[in-house]
Design a protein around this ligand. Structure first.
Ligand code: ADP
Ligand code: ASP
Ligand code: MG
Length: 597
């Protein structure tokens, strides 16, 4: 019999009436002949209330006790929802994460799912029950309660849909689908008919709080189609599936991470192993680092900047300080700024279209917004701006890419209305991934691109419009730019801008760069005629903080220095000098051997 998993978020369960309404939605599906698993979140703002209560007691609650506390929110919801079902004359059983058998690792407050047993749920379903599962929680090897991280009920729902080989996974929430950006921030945001896993992964990890990003990792890995819709209406919502909404449009959405913080280590030794040392201590604390920018100075010293969520700033600073102490980094300076936000545009189409970076920088320049740092990957461009500029930056980018307009080739929602999972495929994926921890790192390829060269303009003025001017000129010279990285330069208010171009365009690019440097009074322009870009692709690569570390470690052991790095959820790219290309490729292939699937 077909199984449908339906997840209801906190707002959709905020009152007893809403719980009854949610129960009725599930019952309707059962009456249509499906077996139903409901996954529920804590009622309303209950998790926030519990977090606040803990803070009233102590600044540093132990993570184990936080999980003990926070998991109670979902336990209230499952019980009340089961009672609601009973009151409507329907058989239903509530289950906690532990009762289901959702086994996780022991990283309290951010635990990852290792396995889920399906026997009990399946038996209860076969006996005619609706099963009501507590979202967001599991149990570790010592039977301690764990939670999956804020918003984690989505992940419970998709993971259950995956292992139960459910026909569909429906996420009921307080918006009627996925929007081009948070509709609460921008009223002109548009609901999309469908969005690809890769785009949604990226948007979710860059701040689109509508879905927990790890739920999309499950969806992509196990090929689970997700429908996101409103718990208040019967509108079809948005689908998250393999293909994007439009093949024509370059950008599908924009996000802002309001509370971001920048950390910079200035003047550290530019030798293999420095970044490894710093980032492995941060990763050891399970802190996700983003926007890593490394700039090589002339004196054999380099500056490393990166961003972390503001809430993790103090833990990250502690890690960096201990890294500096353990390994004589000598003469370095540590600075940070917790008044910054990260604004990003995302789209699969970016990989094939030129001028997207240029348009991004132009829009910000026209609004006189200063860009502090830039990092790009194949499917996203992120800029770091002053927090006061963040919402306006989001607005101008949404505008610049006309995200409010439905693309002419938008996928037809009516055709998608009944997308269900392919049964044979579902069984095959589950069989293939059997025995592997469910949220284990998943790498599908390690590749080398040795067709590019690097150009760096050092000492650009740190003022609005600079990146726009540079990429205007580069685009006018018909050069397709791949990676772009703009550093933060704490010492003299100047920035370094690095980009990669095809090798046969290096001479043209250098001419452009030299002219610009002269015009703007920059220090120098440097280049590497042959660089190697090494890429590791897979699922959830940024949230698995160990990926960049593995890359750094294996290259450092081979004495190879990493010049640039950029990360996205589906790919981590590293640039090294071209002479190392084959050796670096071999190193990475070995380093990821055990997780290549
Ligand atoms: P739930 O409690 O149902 O899990 P959340 O609050 O976690 O709901 O997620 C829904 C909210 O996500 C919406 O109210 C909306 O403000 C926010 N949101 C952020 N980005 C987006 C987006 N791109 N599309 C839709 N909603 C978004
Ligand atoms: N109740 C948890 C939270 O508020 C999990 C969830 O809602 O997804 O983060
Ligand atoms: Mg949520």
């Amino acid at each position: 019999m077909s199984i449908i998993v339906q997840k209801f978020g906190g707002t959709s369960l905020a009152t007893s009436e809403k719980i009854l309404a949610a129960a009725k939605k599930a019952i309707r599906v059962k009456q249509r002949g499906h077996q139903v698993v409901m996954v529920v979140s804590a009622m309303g703002k209950n998790t926030d209330i519990l977090v606040d209560l803990a803070r009233e007691i102590t600044d540093r609650p132990q993570p184990r006790e936080m999980d003990m506390l926070l998991s109670t929110g979902e336990q209230v919801s499952v019980a009340l929802t089961a009672m609601a079902m009973h009151s409507l004359g329907v058989k239903a059983v509530s289950l906690t994460g532990a009762q289901i058998g959702i086994k996780t690792d022991s990283s309290h407050t951010k635990a990852r799912i290792k396995s889920i047993s399906t026997e009990r749920i399946q038996r209860l379903l076969n006996e005619g029950n609706i099963v009501i599962a507590a979202g967001f929680q599991g149990i570790d090897k010592d039977f301690d309660i764990t939670t999956l991280g804020r918003g984690g009920s989505d992940t419970t729902a998709v993971a259950l849909a995956a292992v139960l080989q459910a026909d569909a996974c429906e996420i009921y929430t307080d918006v009627d689908g996925i929007y081009t950006t948070d509709p609460r921030l921008l009223s002109e945001a548009r609901r999309v008919n469908q969005i690809s896993y890769d785009e949604m992964l990226e948007l979710a990890s860059l701040g689109a709080g509508v879905m927990h990003s790890r739920s999309i990792e499950f969806a992509k890995k196990y090929n689970v189609p997700i429908r996101v819709c409103s718990s208040m209406t019967d509108a079809p919502g948005s689908l998250i599936i393999t293909s994007p909404e439009s093949k024509q449009q370059a950008v599908c959405g924009a996000t802002v991470t309001i509370d971001e913080a920048r950390i910079s280590l200035l003047g550290v030794p530019d030798v293999p192993g420095t970044s490894l040392h710093i980032f492995s201590l941060i990763a050891g604390r399970k802190i996700t680092v983003d926007m890593i920018v490394q700039n090589v100075g002339a004196d054999g010293r380099s500056d490393i900047s990166f961003t972390v969520p503001k809430s993790e700033l103090s833990a990250a600073l502690e890690a960096v300080e201990s890294a500096a102490k353990e390994k004589e980094l000598g003469g370095h300076e540590l600075t940070f700024d917790d008044n910054v936000s990260k604004v990003s545009v995302v789209g699969l189409g970016m990989a094939h279209q030129t001028g997207i970076a240029d348009r991004t920088f132009h829009a910000l320049s026209d609004a006189e917004i200063n860009i502090q740092m830039i990092t790009t990957s194949e499917i996203k461009i992120s800029v770091l701006v002053d927090r006061a500029d963040a919402e306006q930056a989001l607005r101008v980018l949404h505008n610049a890419f006309e995200l409010e307009k439905t693309p002419a080739d938008s996928a037809n929602l009516a055709e998608n209305a009944n997308i269900h999972r392919d049964r044979t495929d579902a069984a095959a994926v589950v069989a293939r991934l059997q025995g592997i921890d469910m949220e284990e790192l998943f790498v599908d390829d390690v590749t080398l691109d040795d067709t590019q060269a690097r150009v760096t303009i050092n000492g650009l003025p740190d003022a609005p419009g600079i990146a726009a001017t540079v990429f205007d000129e580069v685009a006018a010279a018909n050069v397709f730019v791949d990676m772009i990285v703009q550093s933060f330069d704490g010492k003299d208010g100047q920035a370094d801008l690095t980009f990669t171009v095809p090798r046969d365009k290096l001479a043209t690019s250098m001419e452009v760069a030299n002219l610009l440097a002269e015009k703007m009074g920059c220090d120098s322009v440097t280049s590497s005629p042959e660089i190697a870009k090494l890429s590791v692709s897979g699922v959830g690569l940024r949230s698995h903080t160990s990926v960049a570390i593995r890359m750094f470690r294996s290259l450092s052991q081979a004495g190879i220095n990493v010049d640039l790095i950029n990360t996205s959820e589906v790919r981590v790219n590293i640039i090294v000098e071209g002479i190392h290309s084959q050796k670096a490729l071999a190193c990475l292939q070995t380093a990821f051997e055990d997780v290549l699937r």
